[in-house]
Design a protein around this ligand. Structure first.
Ligand code: CA
Length: 231
């Protein structure tokens, strides 16, 4: 399916011009004229890229960028900032906040499309890097291909949900995973809407017990989610 690009730009003429040209290139688009609901819309629409104007009513571009990077559901979406001349310091700030690139207004259509393509290509390459099939930590070994977990060499009996939760946690490095994120990983998306996030806590509880002494590695991050302590 064609990539979906979300555009947040309050100047309607520019938004229309971008929208028109992206569609002409075969992209699907979602256009917003205000920053307030950008993060919420992105969590629902799952765009492959965000084109984000800096000066916006509601929430400005930097704040939108900050929210994207702080929300695990949408933090991986690459961002191209649209900045006006004279916003140099904001541009630097935007890149510091995790934006991938910027285009200075006024820009040509060709330049914009080239940046879009380049950033999408980079993101696709990063995504293709395969997740490791075998994860090992302390006395714990997880084989994703065999769907098998061993504790001190002995196979552990985990439910499918427990297995998915453990795999996500072990593969996350030191990153904290939110309950919502874990729900989406271990349950499918539709179910994730219905299931209460507390359900994650229940499954983590049983998983911890089954892991015995290694259960301590699953660390609760209060009011947010869980982290795997590999050290
Ligand atoms: Ca603007």
């Amino acid at each position: 399916m064609n990539e979906k690009i979300m555009v947040v730009e309050d100047e309607k003429d520019i938004a229309r011009m971008i929208d028109y040209n992206l569609k002409k290139e075969g992209y699907r688009t979602v256009v917003l004229h205000d920053g307030s609901f950008a993060a919420l819309t992105a969590a629902k629409e799952r765009p492959d890229l965000l084109l984000l104007d800096l000066m916006l009513p509601g929430l400005d571009g930097l704040e939108v960028c900050r929210r994207f990077k702080a929300d695990a559901r949408i933090s991986a979406i690459p961002i191209i900032m649209l900045t006006a001349k004279g916003e140099e310091s904001d541009k630097v700030l935007g890149l510091g906040l995790g934006a991938d690139d910027y285009v200075t207004k006024p820009f040509g259509v060709k330049e914009l499309l080239a940046r879009v393509k380049a950033v999408l290509r980079r993101a696709a390459r990063a995504e293709k890097a395969p997740a490791p099939e075998k994860l090992k930590c302390g006395a714990l070994e997880l084989d994703a291909a065999k769907v098998e977990v061993r504790l001190k060499g002995a196979p552990l009996e985990l439910t499918a949900k427990e297995f998915e939760l453990l795999k996500a946690l072990m593969a996350s490095g030191d990153r904290v995973l939110s309950r919502e994120e874990l729900l989406e990983i271990a349950w499918d998306m539709d179910a994730a809407m219905e299931v209460e996030t507390r359900t994650v806590d229940v499954h983590i509880g049983t998983l911890r017990r089954k892991l015995g002494t290694e259960g301590k590695r699953i660390v609760t991050v209060k009011n947010y989610g869980y982290r795997f302590n590999a050290s």
